[in-house]
Design a protein. Structure first.
Length: 368
């Protein structure tokens, strides 16, 4: 169509073999996504059953004695063993670039530095995408689409190592973003770890309640507690490894909670209703800062289409929509600086959304 190469028709940005250690949710999702983009992926897990399950789900194949050193090793194991596995991978595959996807970045980096491990070929990373349940059976190739993927490098990191890790993120539809381990841990303490604690504690309040009360719950409670279903064992590790930033956030929240509780205990006291309103209004301003969701009209369904970095892609998409008889009600483009991929958020009437996704998919476009 229009002489434009379809996004799915070009060669992968990831050159060479990728070996994934830890074939659970993250590892198998990375394997699945890369395999779909034509990359040769091998998988390994401390649990042989998990490794074979990941193979069965299409996340990769097992390594054989004939396999050469992979270009990249992705460590996707629980945080508390991540430093050990990185150390072993650097020793087992000299010359390979090694990355990890653990939810904390400073603790493994400091552990490896303390042990005097040569970290030249190591580039820590963290895709900001996940699901409440782990395991290979929960893996999804599109898990990372349109999500930030933090990459931690230092002055010693060779350009080719950084480029390879960023290429994996881009190939999976994510947006690579550079941060220091400290900056990363502070940021995720606020946007990922604090919400996990709040959602879990809030959902825990439901336990003493009666059936009739819980039965009334609707979308509000579901929205604020969705991630409470996450794996407690994984989160004990994540929170323990990032305790200082999370404790600071919890203390700030406690201050707000105490102020709110005091005001609500005596709402007729001078200024009390205003304090309550101010805290609620701060929440409304805060939620408006969350990227991605605000500003889209509720009258329309939004389809997100991945747009490649080549000229003419957006034009080709718009022409394609016209050919398919799909009316575009609104268009928003998201592009992260340096990323070779963009996201076109297209608002359409809800009744055509499903057909639009199916038709675009058939014509080679990747939608979310
Ligand atoms: N679950 C989530 O939503 C997200 C998790 N992460 C990070 O990704 C990493 C993996 O998490 P998930 O995939 O959710 O966990 P998972 O439990 O689904 O998978 C972890 C896998 O690692 C394997 N494993 C454990 N120790 C091993 C070892 N020494 N050698 C080889 N394999 C080993 C386990 O058998 C398991 O299959 C964690 O570090 C986590 O912090 C990052 C982003 C999101
Ligand atoms: O479900 C969500 O909204 C998440 O934020 C999932 C998640 C969990 C752990 C991470 O380290 C990163 C992302």
């Amino acid at each position: 169509m229009n002489g434009v190469t379809r996004p799915s028709a070009r060669a992968s940005r990831v050159h060479g073999q990728v070996h994934v250690i830890g074939a659970g949710l993250l590892g198998a999702s990375i394997g699945l996504g890369l395999r779909q983009r034509g990359v040769d992926v091998t998988v390994e897990d401390v649990s042989p059953t998990t490794a074979l399950l990941a193979v069965d789900y299409g996340a990769g194949r097992l390594r054989t004695a004939e396999d050469a050193t992979p270009a990249l090793v992705v460590v996707a194991t629980p945080p508390d063993v991540t430093a050990d596995v990185i150390e072993r991978a650097l020793a087992a595959f000299p010359g390979a670039v090694v990355t990890d996807v653990a939810s904390v970045k400073l603790a493994p980096f400091e552990a490896l530095t303390r042990r005097g491990v040569d970290l030249t070929n190591y580039v820590g990373s963290h895709p900001m995408a996940g699901r409440e349940r782990g395991g290979a059976i929960m893996a999804r190739a599109d898990l990372f689409a349109a999500r930030p993927w933090i990459v931690c490098r230092d002055e010693e990191t060779p350009a080719n190592a950084l480029a390879l890790v960023e290429a994996v993120a881009l190939e999976l539809g994510a947006m690579p973003l550079e941060m220091t381990p400290e900056e990363h841990d502070q940021a995720v303490g606020l946007v990922s770890h604090l919400p996990q604690v709040v959602a879990s504690l809030l959902a825990g309040r439901l336990l003493p309640a009666g059936e009739r009360a819980v039965g009334l719950a609707g979308q509000g409670l579901r929205d604020t507690t969705r991630i409470a279903g996450s794996d407690p064992e994984l989160w004990v590790q994540i929170l323990g490894a990032n305790r200082a930033p999370v404790v600071a956030e919890l203390e700030a929240l406690q201050t707000d909670l105490a102020a709110f509780t005091a005001a609500l205990s005596d709402p007729d006291a001078p200024g009390a209703r205003r304090r309550i309103a101010d805290l609620l209004a701060a929440g409304a301003r805060g939620v408006a800062r969350i990227p991605g969701k605000h500003g889209t009209s509720e009258r329309f369904a939004t389809i997100t289409v991945l747009i490649d970095d080549r000229p003419g892609q957006l034009g080709a998409l718009l022409t394609e929509l016209g050919d398919l008889g799909i009316n575009m009600e609104d268009l928003r483009l998201e592009h992260s600086p340096g990323a070779q991929i963009g996201f076109a958020e297209i608002a359409v009437l809800p009744e055509v959304a499903e057909r639009a996704v199916a038709d675009l998919g058939e014509r080679g476009w990747r939608t979310l």
